[in-house]
Design a protein around this ligand. Structure first.
Ligand code: 5GP
Ligand code: ZN
Length: 133
């Protein structure tokens, strides 16, 4: 059983901030900012691609409710909501989770760099291939 399944089963303790039959939200053990929260389905899925859309929808609803709540109690200036899929994207725990990260300013604990890559070019064929039909 994976570490987040154990947390969902209360076999490993966590600082839970929300729980229902399907979902658990708890504070990250190594927070990048105050309030850094992980939202997981109790059922194991490796990543958001495997996770059924109804569950993702429910997680999103809880993420919005927690965002509204944290706005009041933590008073951050923004939020990031993100989920890493696979090692190349930084996933280290292979039980789908969404990071809800309150942001205080650009110099807080989260460094999210969108480095413009000039080498990225598209041919007409590639642009066409990328359209979801
Ligand atoms: P990932 O890198 O997979 O997107 O994020 C995994 C997150 O899970 C990390 O931010 C890490 O700090 C957190 N984490 C890993 N193990 C535990 C744990 O046992 N308890 C809690 N609360 N968080 C954990
Ligand atoms: Zn699991």
């Amino acid at each position: 059983m994976c570490v987040f399944c154990k947390i969902a089963n209360h076999e490993i303790p966590s600082n839970a901030v929300y729980e229902d039959n399907q979902v658990l939200a708890f504070l990250d053990i190594n927070p990048v900012t105050k309030g850094h929260t992980l939202i997981i389905p109790k059922k194991h899925y490796d990543n958001f691609l495997d996770c059924d859309s109804e569950t993702v929808k429910h997680i999103h609803t809880i993420a919005k409710q927690l965002t509204l709540h944290y706005q009041l109690v933590l008073k951050p200036n923004g939020f990031n909501l993100l989920s890493n899929m696979n090692g190349a994207a930084g996933q280290s725990v292979f039980h789908v989770h969404f990071h809800l990260i309150p942001r205080y300013d650009e110099n807080d604990g989260l460094v999210l760099l969108f480095n413009h890559d000039d080498s990225v070019q598209y041919t007409k064929a590639e642009l066409n291939q990328l359209i979801l039909k």
